[in-house]
Design a protein around this ligand. Sequence first.
Ligand code: ARG
Ligand code: ZN
Ligand code: CA
Length: 286
Amino acid sequence: MLHSVIAAIVLSASLVLGSPVNSTLAGRLCGTTISEEKLVAAEVHFAANAVPKADFTIAAATVPVYFHVISKDSTLAGGNVPDSQIADQITVLNEDYAGSGLSFSLAATTRTVNSQWFNQVGPDSSLQTTMKNQLRQGGANALNVYTVGFASGSGAGLLGYATFPSDYASDPKDDGVVILFSSLPGGSTQNYNLGRTLTHEAGHWVGLYHTFQGGCSGTGDSVSDTPPEASPASGCPTGRDTCSGGGVDPIHNYMDYSDDPCMDEFTAGQVTRFASQLRTYRSISI
Ligand code: ARG
Ligand code: ZN
Ligand code: CA
C-alpha cells in the first residue's frame, strides 16, 4: 500500500472548472445537487448513448478504490483515520453493493497533512480542485475517495458530495467522492457512522440521483421502482408517504437522507440504471 505524505503545499491554482456539484444545503446534509436543466441534459445524453448489455455475458467488475486521507494533524480527531477503519469502510461498500455485480477493492491509501484542505475543502472550491489535481489516481473506472473535516467554507457541515459518471469526460481530475472522515464505520458522527455515507456518495458516482429528485412529479430519479418522494427523509420515519400513489417513501433506500441504520437497499431498477451508466461512462461492465 502506498503511503505518501505530502506537505502542506497550497498552490494557487488558476484552473477554473465548472464543478459538477453545487452545495446549497447547510447542516449534515447533502453536497450533491444537480439543477433540473443539467439533469435533463444528462438524461438526454444518456438516452442517446447508453451502451447496451452484451448478450450471453455474465459480467462482474471490481472497482479500484484510492483512499486519500486528509488530516489537520496526526491524530484521529484531526482526521488521521486508521487503516482498520478504511478496511471496514471497503467491507461495508461491498456488503451494500452485494448482488449488483459491482465490488470494490482498496488499491492504495495516501495520507496528507493539510489543515486548510481538511477544514475548508468543499464543492466548487478552488482548494478541492488543487487537492484533486494533486492526488487523483486511476482512470474512469477508479473510485477516488477523499476524507476531510468539512469545518468551514462551501463544505461546512456536509457528510459528503460526489461527481456523476457523465461528468468524467469533461473533467477527469474532478471525478470522485469527498466524505466526512468521522462518517467511516466506527467514526464519531452520531447516526452517520456505519459507513453509509460512502455507500450513498458512491451511488451518485455510479450514476444514481436522490430518491426525492424532482419531488412527486415528472421522472423523479429516472428509476421506475423507487416510489416518488416529495423531500428528503431524515431519521427513520417508518410509513412516511409524501406523494400520493406509488407507495410509501423509499426511506430505507441508500439514496435517501435517512440515518445510517435505516438504510439498507438499492432497488433492481437502480442497479439496472447504474450498470448502464457504468458501461456508458466508465467502461465498467457488470
Ligand atoms: N446527503 C449527503 C449527500 O448526498 C449524504 C447523505 C448520507 N446519508 C447517510 N445516512 N449517511 O451528499
Ligand atoms: Zn446525495
Ligand atoms: Ca406515495
